[in-house]
Design a binder for this molecule. Sequence first.
Ligand SMILES: NC(=O)c1ccc[n+]([C@@H]2O[C@H](COP(=O)([O-])OP(=O)(O)OC[C@H]3O[C@@H](n4cnc5c(N)ncnc54)[C@H](OP(=O)(O)O)[C@@H]3O)[C@@H](O)[C@H]2O)c1
Length: 259
Amino acid sequence: MIEEVKEPVMQNRLLTGKNAVITGCNRGIGLAILKTFVQHGARVYAMIRKENPDFEADCRELTAQTGTEITVVYADFADPDAVKRAGKEILGYKEPIDVLVHNVGIGPPVRMFTMTDMAGIRQTFEVNLFSAVGLSQLLCRNMMRNKQGSIIFLSSAAAYDGGMSLEYNSSKAAVIGAMRSMAVQLGQYQIRVNAIAPGFIGTEMGDSMDPHLQEITLNRCIMKRQGQPEEIADAALFLASDLSRFMTGQVLRVDGGIL
Ligand SMILES: NC(=O)c1ccc[n+]([C@@H]2O[C@H](COP(=O)([O-])OP(=O)(O)OC[C@H]3O[C@@H](n4cnc5c(N)ncnc54)[C@H](OP(=O)(O)O)[C@@H]3O)[C@@H](O)[C@H]2O)c1
């Protein structure tokens, strides 16, 4: 169930008139981004893996509370053809796409890399990187036509510190490389491309981290606490909105100060 939406500051909505695509919306950081974006007036294409009547009911409730529309689109991000079909479905609505948030991600448990099979590494790259690049290839043509847009990737503090599994760390570092290439190539179309690198956040993924790793991460964090999904959603709101209109090719670290 969706709890009562905070009183939206109607005159201060940062995404009014914008259409946003958000992947992995049914829980965790993606759900927080969905709620924040609709509270700020965005019309959202909410991409989730499979049919989920509870999520659809939550979307109807959010729509009733905020007056903005949410369209649920299904795709398994481990399947490139399914992602392509879903992207085409979104293009079929023939609306401009202003914002694209690549939030879907998997974080396989940490194992000695010598014991990690290549198929698992490829699978992590498929979900964490290739699917996002494929979806961007499709949807950014719409942004290029309209000469505006903001694309936001979810990387991770682990891209820098090697704290999680080899496949997770390297896929999240590769996300930063893809983000920078896209920023360079899409700047001429006034499309901005940035990434958020969250630290240790209270979601199923964050909480499933090995307790010893959690302790190490908290010790290295200046603020000495776990972040909340809403704190990442606020960073996504900033990057999606015109407040960040002169910012591209950047990684915003939202990690309580992991140095
Ligand atoms: N939590 C953290 O501490 C942390 C830190 C740094 C970066 N991040 C990044 O932030 C993003 C969101 O993380 P989170 O903490 O919210 O993770 P989460 O709670 O595990 O949620 C992951 C989301 O991705 C979706 N997903 C996973 N595999 C999918 C697939 N094959 N097809 C479609 N959807 C799929 C999940 O859908 P299902 O419910 O269907 O599985 C879910 O909506 C990820 O990219 C993650 O790497 C998180």
